[in-house]
Design a protein around this ligand. Structure first.
Ligand code: GLU
Length: 421
């Protein structure tokens, strides 16, 4: 609880810091420090053995100022309301910084999904969807995958919502299976975006990506895709990790082989059982402190802490996860001259292609994959340039630049829409 409480405080601190640079008053930004709407639900489920269990779930809408609320759904035993609030707020700033017409929201269920059977997970997902039904819809709030949820889960949400509506509503959720209105390119979108942003930052810094040594914390959808796409660009992935272990090879790992290994046979296989003569096992901490060019935290929040920041040797950090760096750690990284591409920009690829999926759904169109990759790249490079130029002009970090760009857009929308009372 305390850990997550601190996360929302960190969001507020980040907003305050950007507002100070922008010369804004508390009055101007106080609305951003509060969520618009929060729902807590208790979800009674019949387990496979016939017993009953109740799970807690949340849906938080932080802002609908720039459009319908948008944000993923997370299944994790540590999920709390405060964590979901922070994640919802990050979605608001993410959608604003890349300039797509959405607000921000997030959902979560306090559950370790590895302990549930597929049938139990389906019942839990359907129950959750029914419970948050009044809040979601293509024009209101559109869930998507996040930590431990995937296209199968999104399919159940779509089906449950549609059953209640009495007709098929593909636009209620993004990240669906392709056969029921999912978009090509959505699965790899966040990892692809991390690759685009890594390429851009290296280019701006005049450093080659070819041969650059990369360490990636987290080998889920984001980390694994980023690894493979960066490898295609010529970077050398020397280390990756998951919850079970880290693995390291000075000569470079083979991302595709690792993806085939971890995704073999339905539920994800952990790296701890991966055998390769060239790869040695390392701890999570050792991975973060490796002598690499690029470090990509792509797991969960609060991974780069003060203690670790001191020992980080990478010169560039690209945040694939949401909120992986604590504010205290960031001050240290800044002092050390480490260039950090912030989460709300670096991992925005997922929500950008979610936006394309939603646009295709509400127009009953289907785009081809190249078109999607190109459109994603265009939006992300434009956002990168906006953030880069702002940070140069104001002589601030890329995170500060990203928040300034986002807050500026949010304030403009607020001014145009005016006051209710
Ligand atoms: N969960 C992803 C994120 O944190 C994607 C959200 C979405 O596609 O709506 O950005």
């Amino acid at each position: 609880m305390t850990k997550s409480l601190k996360i929302f405080e960190q969001v507020i601190e980040t907003i305050d810091n950007a507002a100070k640079i922008m010369g804004l008053s508390e009055n101007d930004i106080v609305f951003l420090k509060h969520t618009e709407r929060e729902l807590t639900v208790n979800l009674p489920i019949t387990m496979d053995d016939g017993s009953g269990q109740v799970f807690k779930g949340y849906r938080v809408q932080h802002s609908s100022l720039r459009g319908p609320c948008k944000g993923g759904l997370r299944y994790h035993e540590d999920v709390t309301l405060q964590e979901v609030q922070a994640l919802a707020a990050w979605m608001t700033f993410k959608c604003a910084v890349v300039n797509i017409p959405y607000g921000g929201s997030k959902g979560g269920i306090e559950v370790d999904p590895s302990k549930l059977s597929d049938k139990e997970l389906e019942r839990l997902t359907r129950r959750y969807t029914a419970a948050i039904l009044p809040l979601i819809g293509p024009e209101k709030d559109i869930p998507a995958p996040d930590v431990n949820t995937n296209s199968t889960v999104m399919g159940w949400i779509m089906d449950t919502y549609s059953t209640f509506a009495g007709y098929t509503v593909p636009g209620v959720v993004t990240g669906k299976p392709i056969d029921i209105g999912g978009s090509l390119g959505r699965n790899s979108a966040t990892g692809r975006g991390v690759m685009f942003m890594t390429r851009e930052i290296m280019h701006r810094l005049g450093k080659p990506l070819i041969g650059a040594k990369v360490a990636i914390q987290g080998f889920g959808k984001v980390g694994s895709m980023a690894a493979m796409l960066l490898e295609n660009e010529g970077a050398k992935i020397v280390a990756v990790s998951d919850v079970s272990t880290g693995i390291y090879s000075a000569d470079g790992l083979n991302a595709e082989e690792l993806i085939n290994y971890t995704s073999d046979g339905g539920r994800a296989r952990l790296l701890k059982d991966y055998e390769n003569k060239k790869a040695k096992k390392i701890t999570n901490e050792e991975l973060l402190e490796l002598d690499v060019d690029i470090l990509i935290p792509a797991a969960t929040e609060n991974q780069l802490t003060e203690d670790i920041a001191d020992k980080i040797r990478a010169t560039v950090i690209v945040e694939g996860a949401n909120g992986p760096t604590t504010n205290e750690a960031e001050k240290i990284l800044k002092r050390k001259g480490i260039m950090l591409v912030p989460d709300i920009l670096a991992n925005a690829g997922g929500v950008i292609v979610s936006y394309f999926e939603w646009v295709q759904n509400i127009q009953s169109l289907m785009w081809d994959e190249e078109e999607i990759h190109r459109a994603q790249e265009r939006i992300m490079i434009r956002a990168f340039n906006d953030v880069w130029n702002c940070s140069k002009e104001k002589e601030v970090s890329l995170r500060e630049g990203a928040y300034i760009v986002a807050i500026d857009r949010l304030l403009r929308a607020k001014k145009i829409r005016g006051q209710l009372i």
